[in-house]
Design a protein around this ligand. Structure first.
Ligand SMILES: [Zn+2]
Ligand SMILES: [Zn+2]
Length: 285
């Protein structure tokens, strides 16, 4: 059994539609694949409709969260959520809040740039986005078109990075609240790429223990951004804390170089996810 429990479609920041993503999963020989777009269940219906025969599809999501250490700035963390009830009111409200937050954030970044004299206009950027959520990449492209910078990369490194005066942080979900929401909706919360130091600051073992007390059920251990040492440490921690273990590619289509199924989940981990879920059923034959 080949199982990959973390992928992104074009509904968030991947490059393939859910249907094309599932076709790629099947072509790669996967038996089980989870669709885990950021902060949205928007791809679930298409995934259910377009599922290739023989492939089990796990409806999921990757929730943008924050851990608040005492006496230090918050740390951005990602929480995978599987098989939760998409209509659970509190979790649906939190997804809506994150979407609004994201829209509002784009507008505030553009307002700050315009106030400093950069030739960017919010309404024009929204119009050109085609009705989707406007993020920093859209603002970056507007800056390129206005001739302010040479490239999208330059826009990020000069003006849109997180220490820039024009940067506006997102008010992501407190991870302890996120865990409780996912559990309340009958879902299975798994801490995504928890020790990936190459992605930035990471939380310590104590934070993970606190998350477990809040209802965390698993750790994503095998992930392309984890070193062998980080994987070994997380595997030991999962055993100590009685957590299920997953592995996954975090596939983004051509937005990242990692192929689908680059890392996978043991059948035991997938069994544990199914055993703990009460909010939704996988799509399967
Ligand atoms: Zn992530
Ligand atoms: Zn991801």
């Amino acid at each position: 059994m080949l199982i990959d429990l973390h992928t992104h479609s074009s509904v968030s920041d991947g490059t393939e539609s859910p249907a094309d993503l599932l076709a790629a999963a099947r072509a790669a020989g996967l038996d089980v694949v989870a669709l885990t777009d950021h902060d949205t269940t928007g791809g679930w219906a298409e995934a259910e409709r377009s599922r290739p025969a023989g492939l089990t599809v796990v409806p999921g999501m990757e929730l943008s969260c924050r851990w608040f250490p005492s006496g230090a700035p918050p740390i951005s963390v990602h929480l995978l959520a599987y098989l939760f009830d998409p209509d659970h009111p509190a979790l649906a409200a939190e997804r809506a809040r994150l979407r609004t937050e994201r829209l509002d954030r784009g507008e505030r970044i553009v307002a700050a740039l315009a106030a400093a004299g950069y030739p960017v206009v919010w309404e024009e950027i929204v119009e050109r986005s085609g009705g989707g959520v406007v993020g920093r990449p859209h603002v970056a492209r507007a800056l390129v078109e206005a001739g302010v910078v040479e490239s999208v990369d330059a826009a990020f490194s000069d003006l849109l990075h997180h220490r820039s005066p024009y940067y506006v942080a997102k008010a992501d979900t407190d991870v302890l609240d996120g865990i409780a929401l996912v559990r309340a909706a009958g879902g299975v919360p798994v801490f995504a790429h928890g020790l990936a130091t190459r992605r930035g600051r990471v939380v310590g073992d104590e934070a993970i223990a606190t998350m477990v007390a809040a209802g965390l059920l698993g750790l994503e251990v095998d992930h392309p951004d984890h070193t062998p040492e980080e994987r070994a440490h997380l595997r030991g921690l999962a055993a100590d804390l009685g957590l299920l273990v997953t592995g996954s590619s975090d596939y983004h289509g051509t937005n990242k170089t990692t192929p689908i199924a680059a890392c996978t989940t043991d059948p035991a981990g997938w069994e544990a996810v199914q055993a703990a879920a009460t909010g939704a059923a996988p799509y399967r034959d």
